[in-house]
Write a protein that binds this ligand. Structure first.
Ligand code: ZN
Length: 262
């Protein structure tokens, strides 16, 4: 009995130590990733979430050049907030993920989310370990589905604010390359601490922090969107998905959240 209690206590102590270690590691990673002293290295791991041959071919052919607009977006936006880093973000593409990452089930409870997040972290660590590229600061797992009629509703993309890992659901079609990049940047910014700036019930950008042009007169329709709102408000009740990062910007609230000086 006494031995069992001792083992139980030991197990609990080890569990607490592991959790503290993970929490401290996540905090250090996040602090380091938001000081903007060095280029943030982002690796995108594309994977086909579909048996469609077109999606598979598209996914297999993706290269870093396909994400050049993401790098330009960070250069333009960061310089507007006084970040003098020549290349704030550098994207690499790796085809080292041999399996699909664990996907969060529908309507998960808190325990399911916690377990899924641990599994995703483990998957991410294993993938980085098996990769010949140097370990990145941020890992983005990009799951590509088929675009067009018959394509099912896309699950939500998620960026873990602790752990610098994002799981994005994108369309495996050149026609969606621009909107894919909008989703990708949104999730990368979540990993850096940015919060959503849209109404969860309606999807409508929040006013004013979710608007790209807060001082516009009259306010609507807006031509630009705030990246963490995800969409561009055409009226107080309507919003459209952006076709490319050129229509998006980083607003002041998001900038503050990710450590860009006001
Ligand atoms: Zn979001």
């Amino acid at each position: 009995m006494a031995a069992r209690t001792f083992l139980g206590t030991l197990r609990l102590a080890i569990l607490i130590a592991v959790l503290l270690f993970v929490a401290l590691g996540a905090w250090l990673d996040r602090a380091r990733s938001r000081d903007w002293d060095n280029t943030l290295r982002v690796t995108v791991y594309p994977a086909s979430h579909s048996t469609d041959p077109g999606v598979r071919a598209y996914t297999a052919a993706l290269q870093a050049e396909d994400f050049a607009d993401v790098e330009s977006f960070f250069i333009d936006e960061a310089s507007g907030y006084g970040i003098t880093l020549e290349r704030p973000v550098r994207i690499r593409v790796s085809h080292a993920a041999r399996e699909l990452p664990p996907v969060l089930p529908d309507r998960p409870g808190p325990l399911t989310i916690a377990l899924w997040s641990l599994r995703l972290r483990y998957f991410a660590a294993r993938t980085a370990w098996n990769d010949s590229l140097p370990a990145p600061d941020i890992q983005v797992f990009a799951l590509y589905s088929r675009l067009g009629p018959g394509s099912t509703a896309m699950p939500d993309s998620v960026g873990l604010s602790k752990g610098l890992i994002a799981l994005t659901h994108l369309y495996g079609d050149a026609a969606a390359a621009g909107s894919n990049q909008v989703v990708l940047v949104h999730e990368v910014l979540h990993t850096l601490g940015a919060t959503d700036k849209y109404d969860f019930a309606t999807g409508q950008p929040l006013v004013p922090e979710g608007l790209g042009e807060q001082d516009r007169q009259p306010l609507y329709p807006q031509d630009l969107g705030e990246i963490m709102a995800g969409r561009i408000a055409t009226s107080a009740r309507d919003a459209v998905v952006a076709d490319s990062l050129e229509q998006m910007l980083v607003g002041p609230v998001t900038a503050l959240e990710i450590g860009w000086p006001p």
